[in-house]
Design a binder for this molecule. Sequence first.
Ligand SMILES: O=C(O)c1cc(=O)[nH]c(=O)n1[C@@H]1O[C@H](COP(=O)(O)O)[C@@H](O)[C@H]1O
Length: 287
Amino acid sequence: MTRQQLIDQIFSKGTYLCVGLDTDPEKLPEHLKGRPDAVFEFNKAIIDATLAYCVAYKINTAFYEAQGLKGWDAMERTVRYIPDTHFRIADAKRGDIGNTSTQYAKAFFEAMPFDAITVAPYMGADSVLPFLEYENKWTILLGLTSNSGARDFELLDCSRSQDVLVDGVHTQPTEHGKLFEFVLRKGNEWGSAGNLMFVVGATQADAFARIRELTPDHFYLVPGVGAQGGSLKDISEQALNKDCGLLVNASRAIIYASEKEDFAQEAGAIAQQYAYEMKGYLAALQR
Ligand SMILES: O=C(O)c1cc(=O)[nH]c(=O)n1[C@@H]1O[C@H](COP(=O)(O)O)[C@@H](O)[C@H]1O
C-alpha cells in the first residue's frame, strides 16, 4: 500500500485505528476453545466486526509462533483474509545481519502479503535496509516504545562530540539527544516518509512534541492505548500532522472486550467508539 492510499483510507473512513490481533488461544471464548480452527475463526469474526472502524490490522506474530505449525497456518490465513483496503502489519520485531534480514523480508512480504513489518534498529543500517528495498512495503522501526524497559536504552542520553575535519580545521560538533532520537535521525537517512514509520508508545506522550519536531512527516504506529493506559486524546492532540501521521493500535481492549459469544459484536462496539473519537480529531485538522 502506498502512503497516498493509506491517507485516502484514513480520511475517507475518518479513522486511524489499528486493531491488534494478539490472539491468545487461552483467552478465546469458551464456545470456541478446543475447536481445531479456533484462532482463525476468532480472528475472522473480529475482522468482520471491526473492518468498518479501522484502517489497519496488526498481527503480533509471537501469539501465532507460540502455537507451532498450526499457529503459522492461522497467521497466514488471517493475513490473507484481511482485505487489501486495510494496512496489514506483521508485528515481528525482526532485524539481523543483512542476508538474514533479507530472508525475514521475504517471509513477510513475499510468502505472506503483509504491507509492513516492525523492525528493531539495534543492529544498524545493514539489518534494516533489506526491508526497505521492497516497493510499496513499509518498515516500522522501534523508536520510543511503550514499556517501562524503554528507560534502559532508548531514553539514555547519547549526546556526543565527534572530531570532524572541515576545510583543514578540526572541529567537534556535538550531536545531542537520547538514543531513540538517534534512531529517528538515522531512520530518516535510511528510508523516507513513504516507506518508513516509527513505533512510538502511547504511554510516552511527553516525548511526542520532540518526536514530531524530528520527524514531521512520518507516520507513527502508536500502541499502548487501552490495556496499557495511554490516552488517545493526548497522542492525537500532540502528534497528528496534516496527513494524519498516526496509526493507533489497541489489541486487548478490542479483541477481549467480551469473553462470551458476543465477543465480536463487543469488539466492534469498542472499535466504533475509538473511531468516533478519531473522527473528531481528524475533522479538526487544517488540511
Ligand atoms: O511494536 C509494537 O507493536 C509494540 C511496541 C511497543 O512499544 N509497545 C507495544 O505494546 N507494542 C505491541 O502493541 C500491542 C499492544 O497490545 P495492547 O496493550 O493489548 O493494546 C502488543 O502487540 C505489543 O507487542
